[in-house]
Write a protein that binds this ligand. Structure first.
Ligand code: NAD
Length: 416
């Protein structure tokens, strides 16, 4: 059986929430498709003198509530369909946590492991040139995503600024603090996942101290989540990356794992612990499973065998639509991605606000604001879940996001 891809998944999630909200049919129809997607071909001179052409996209899904906001992903699987789904999820995420943003996403079809630093820089600058007419501090503000980081955002900011003739730090978020980035942004998504996991444990009466957690993906989001949950007393019993998974029933020494990965070209492979497969990790009997890698990893097959008490979605779209139905039937709660990983966009918002005011806050203030916004969105989701008798946390989150987005369209009306 072929399971739905990310775009079908997102549209089906919207349809499920529809029966619980009162939205005009025309507006709902409008919310189902992106406003625009730009597709660009990027010729890049490679280190050996040859020219290679890369396909890339920027999708702007909706801007009724404010400028488009969303990351840029470098991955061989990037496609127009994938960026559209991710841009839609950004729209629902910014609405759910009530930021004055819409949603967007961009991506380049490439494998960064096969490119030199210089080639990644050339590709990034050419991509920025390709999309520069559609981005800007008041229109569309990119940020990092898979395989892009502070360094990448610095190149985007520099290329855009060169065309403008002056520095425009607020055109991207997730920059290095030296050029206008905010302290706390690098850790923000993982910190948000850790806060959401703690809140979830509290709601389901599970003590975070000694709770067993398994995390798929040990990149920016997964490793920070592992670190902060360990700090709170949880046992991170398994983590994984593309090279495989490691397991210790007594809890892994996350600092040691991080040090190993740094010294091993970013890979977990070879770490001194029991090696298991990514599939084994997803089906471990733990208090919380946190997928923090890519989309569509919790398939029907995995959902039928999953033994975690709760799933906290750190990655975007890690559960297929069909798998989510099975988890619902099996009474396994799933804390949806649009809430669980919203810490990144919340702190991106705080970075953009600081840039706009030309003022900077200390990391304590940033983290306090992040916690406050995320926990109040969590409470709102629970409020809708209980008061409206909605079957899943995801559908409850969608009702809030769709209502806010539809209200914005309703008030603004149609032009012309
Ligand atoms: P990253 O590139 O830093 O890390 C990704 C990790 O996933 C790596 O450890 C990689 O080896 C692993 N991985 C990739 N494919 C895998 C597979 N098939 N099986 C197991 N592991 C695999 O990326 P990130 O920034 O940590 O993003 C992870 C997820 O979180 C993505 O879905 C992204 O969209 C989402 N997200 C990220 C942010 C952010 O601020 N970085 C914000 C919101 C959501």
């Amino acid at each position: 059986m072929t399971e739905s891809g990310p775009l079908e998944n997102m549209l089906a999630q919207m349809e499920q929430a529809r029966e619980y909200v009162d939205i005009d049919d025309g507006i709902f129809e409008r919310l189902k498709s992106p406003e625009r997607t730009l597709s660009v071909s990027l010729p890049v001179r490679m280190d050996d003198g040859s020219v290679e052409v890369f396909d890339a996209y920027r999708c702007q899904f909706d801007s009724a509530r404010g400028p488009y906001k969303g990351g840029i992903r470098y991955h061989p699987n990037v496609s127009e369909e994938e960026v559209s789904a991710l841009a839609g999820w950004m729209t629902w995420k910014t609405a759910l946590v009530d930021l004055p943003f819409g949603g967007a996403k961009g991506g380049i079809v490439c494998n960064t492991k096969e490119l030199s630093d210089n080639e990644v820089e050339q590709l990034t600058r050419r991509y920025t040139e390709g999309i520069r007419r559609m981005i800007g501090p008041e229109t569309d503000i990119p940020a990092p995503d898979m395989n892009t980081d502070e360094r990448t955002m610095a190149w985007v900011m520099d290329t855009y600024s060169v065309y403008q003739g002056y520095a425009v730090p607020e055109v991207v978020t997730g920059k290095p603090p030296e050029i206008g980035g905010t302290d706390g942004r690098v850790e923000a998504t993982g910190r948000g996942v850790a806060i959401t996991t703690e809140e979830t444990f509290e709601y389901f009466d599970t003590d975070v101290e000694n709770a067993d957690v398994a995390i798929q993906g040990f990149g920016n989001v997964g490793s920070v989540t592992a670190d902060l949950l360990t700090e709170r007393g949880a046992n991170v019993v398994a983590v994984s990356d593309v090279s495989g998974a490691i397991y210790d029933p007594d809890g892994l020494d996350i600092e040691d794992v991080q040090a190993y990965v740094e010294s091993n070209d970013g890979r977990l492979e070879g770490y001194d612990a029991e090696a298991i497969s990514n599939d084994d990790l997803l089906t471990l009997d733990v208090d919380a499973l946190i997928p923090a890698a890519i989309e569509d990893v919790i398939t029907v097959d995995v959902a039928e065998r999953l033994e975690a008490d709760v799933v906290v979605e750190a990655a975007n779209g890690p559960t297929t639509f069909d798998a989510a139905q099975i988890l619902q039937e099996r009474d396994v709660p799933v804390v949806p991605d649009i809430l669980a990983n919203a810490g990144g966009v919340i702190v991106s918002y705080l970075e953009w606000v600081q840039n706009s005011q030309q003022y900077s806050w200390d990391v304590e203030e940033v983290n306090r604001d992040l916690r406050q916004r995320l926990t109040s969105a969590f409470d709102e989701m629970l409020g809708a879940y209980e008061a409206r008798d909605i079957p899943t946390l995801r559908t409850a989150a969608y009702t809030i996001a769709l209502e806010r987005s539809a209200d914005a369209h309703e008030y603004r009306g149609l032009f012309p």
